[in-house]
Ligand binder design. Structure first.
Ligand code: BYC
Length: 329
């Protein structure tokens, strides 16, 4: 999601070679035995940095991910839809908080992580740089974006770093509810008027390819994958998860009576999977570089929220200082 200074893994091999080989060997044996690594355990510096990079960008994605959906809170078509959407967006805030806490256990502060996001050193998932134009987009996000997120996050419940794995357990339960609420919106729209069904198809047309990009670059062009798989931070490759997502989602689209916008999508009996068309990787890298359709708007909203919330953080600090003074008096 981003080239983050916090998580730079450049020189990681050089760093490892300077580390005590006995410690490295013991660490690798624990990982290979599927033991969790905990915050106070010794770990290679490159492992720590990789985790800070991935967990902090994951946290930023959850928080920035609140914005496209927040856009529809005041225009939800009924009170029920509004209450459900509000609950979902609040869940995303919670996910961001668990993840920032997990990253903090690796010795990086919340302020450093937020600063990296706001100064463009750390970015967030490409998917949140696309606009939500109609109510059907809220259905498509739940169905496709949360669906893709679950596919990626279920294996992360077994990632090698304990605090990250445990955070993922609750996140996955909530994402599963999010996926269903999105699919239910799509079902309602597809069973509605022809105009409503057309809106659902239009949303699928716009969100399909960006959802496939969420899984990251193809395996043969994924610089972090080999090491992350060896350290069992990642359990499945980008392409494996993308394929699983396509295989599960195509029958769901059929059930809705919607057409996935890919003329090359077809069942391959020999492989036992769907084949699908070429992803526009130039678009993906442009969005990663911060050139997504609403990238500037997203970062402006985050910076303003941070600045406008300063008084809340100051008040919390003042309250804590008062409590501490009272306790020591
Ligand atoms: N967007 O070597 P690779 C949610 C970057 S929130 C932007 O394969 P890695 C939700 C990648 O960072 C879901 N950048 O990397 C919230 C790397 O650059 P750096 C968020 C991307 O880390 C609210 C470079 O490309 N989920 O679901 O091994 C409402 C090369 O890639 C993206 C997570 O964060 C992208 N899509 O694998 C609704 C899951 N893909 O950092 C829903 C946790 C790749 O070296 N993260 N890049 O400069 C992961 O599982 C992994 O980090 C990834 C990438 C699979 C995403």
């Amino acid at each position: 999601m981003y080239t983050t200074e916090l998580g730079k893994t450049d020189g990681s091999l050089a760093q490892i070679s300077q580390e005590d080989p006995a410690l490295v060997e013991a660490f690798e044996a624990r990982v290979a035995a599927d033991e969790f690594i905990e915050p106070k355990d010794w770990m290679p510096e490159a492992y720590r940095r990789t985790l800070v990079r991935q967990i902090s960008q994951h946290a930023h994605s959850e928080i920035v991910g609140m914005l496209p959906e927040g856009n529809w809170l005041t225009r939800a078509p009924s009170l029920r839809r509004k209450a459900v959407l509000l609950a979902k967006i609040q869940d995303e805030a919670g996910h961001g908080l668990y993840l920032y806490c997990a990253a903090e256990t690796l010795g990086v502060s919340r302020a450093e992580m937020i600063d990296a996001l706001h100064t463009g050193r750390a970015k967030y998932s490409t998917i949140f740089n696309y606009p939500t134009l109609t109510w059907a987009d809220i259905g498509a996000i739940g169905w496709l974006v949360d669906g893709a997120a679950i596919m990626n996050q279920v294996p992360l419940q077994r990632t090698s770093y304990g605090p990250y794995a445990r955070a993922m357990v609750r996140v996955c339960k909530e994402e599963s509810f999010h996926q269903r609420q999105g699919y239910e919106i799509m079902m309602a729209m597809c069973a509605g008027t022809p105009d409503q069904k057309a809106m659902a198809q239009d949303a699928l047309d716009r969100w399909w390819w960006p959802s496939l990009m969420m899984f990251g670059p193809p395996d043969d062009n994924s610089p972090n994958s080999a090491q992350s798989m060896r350290w069992r931070i990642k359990r499945d490759s980008n392409d494996e998860l993308r394929q699983k997502f396509v295989d599960i989602t195509k029958p769901q689209a059929d059930h809705l009576g919607l057409e996935i916008p890919d003329k090359d999508l077809k069942w391959n009996e020999a492989r036992g999977h769907y084949d699908f068309g070429a992803i526009d990787w130039e678009e993906f890298y442009a969005v990663v570089r911060g050139e997504g359709p609403v990238a500037k708007e997203r970062m402006k909203a985050r910076r303003e929220a941070w600045e406008q919330g300063a008084w809340v953080r100051d008040a919390a600090d003042a309250h804590e200082a008062k409590q501490r003074a009272r306790a020591s008096a």
